[in-house]
Design a protein around this ligand. Structure first.
Ligand SMILES: Nc1ncnc2c1ncn2[C@@H]1O[C@H](COP(=O)(O)OP(=O)(O)OP(=O)(O)O)[C@@H](O)[C@H]1O
Ligand SMILES: [Mg+2]
Length: 271
């Protein structure tokens, strides 16, 4: 029996810059949303970091999200690859569509297929009524996997490292969404940017972080900027446990994610 009559709200987390906090954002949003409604976290990055953080380090014997986007003869249904997190019992409220390096091979295998930018969207269709929320992680570079992750979503969030490289990545991501729109793709609504790894020395924000946040505002004046997530060893520790920062008891580090969830709820109730 389907859990929900309404289709899942699908949120992708993307930024065309490595180490910007995408997977951290997916882990936090998916874990927190799962307290409200059944949530599927989709690892759509061949690095497989989200799968590893949720306890699935070795998937060599298992079908993964890669098989769900293959041409029809080799395709596996998404229901067959979904797994619960290993390291924390979440009673089925949070589930994972895992990934590993085999997703890069799948990207090569679909490179010449018509409609190849929307294979993830197609793969998720059978489970839309099983979940209230689907949160998708994506790779850091431009390419077919990132296009699939973006075009599968209703909403997009862009975590941006507080560095020059991070800001360039956020700007490139917004440009990519505009390019996809110009090509008549249905693009997700950008909910906003989360400045991440915001560095402070005591009571003072570092010049680099301050400059990066100013540069985001200047380059992307129409895009909402959520509270920043500070640089903290707590983030790394909770990631490896597969916990959200809220579960780790750090409400201030979790603030940006709380804001994203409130915005998602507001926007989706207006939709
Ligand atoms: N606020 C933070 N403070 C400290 N460490 C952080 C913070 N956010 C993320 N990290 C750490 O930085 C690294 C990169 O973060 P994460 O994996 O979330 O980024 P990503 O954008 O998914 O990276 P990639 O582009 O490689 O997929 C991880 O080791 C993560 O634990
Ligand atoms: Mg990642």
């Amino acid at each position: 029996m389907p859990e929900s009559t309404k289709p899942a709200k699908i949120l992708t987390v993307a930024c065309l810059s490595g180490g910007s906090g995408k997977t951290t954002t997916v882990l936090n949003l998916a874990t927190m949303l799962s307290q409200t409604g059944k949530t599927l976290a989709v690892d759509f990055d061949p690095q497989g970091n989200l799968s590893q953080w949720l306890g699935w380090a070795d998937l060599s014997e298992d079908a993964t999200i890669a098989e769900t986007i293959l041409p029809s003869s080799d395709r596996v249904q998404v229901e067959e690859i979904i797994k619960p997190p290993v390291n924390e019992d979440r009673e089925g409220r949070l589930m994972l569509a895992p990934s590993d390096y085999s997703l890069s091979r799948a990207a090569d295998a679909i490179a010449m297929e018509p409609g190849r930018e929307r294979f993830l969207k197609r793969a998720l269709k059978p489970v839309l009524s099983d979940y209230e929320f689907i949160v998708i992680d994506s790779p850091p570079s431009k390419g077919i996997l990132t296009y699939n992750a973006i075009l599968a979503a209703d909403y997009l969030v862009i975590p941006t490292e507080c560095t020059h490289k991070g800001v360039m990545g956020a700007v490139s991501t917004v440009v990519l969404v505009k390019e996809l729109l110009e090509l008549d793709f249905n693009v997700p609504q950008i909910l906003g940017i989360i400045p991440t790894r915001d560095q402070w020395a005591g009571a003072n924000q570092t010049r680099m972080s301050k400059a990066a946040i100013e540069a985001i505002k200047e380059a992307l004046p129409d895009i909402h900027i959520f509270s920043s997530v500070r640089q903290s060893t707590t983030v790394q520790q909770t990631n490896y446990k597969g916990w959200s920062l809220q579960e780790a008891g750090d409400e201030s580090l979790a603030q940006a994610y709380i804001e994203v969830i409130n915005t998602l709820m507001k926007e989706s109730s207006n939709a």
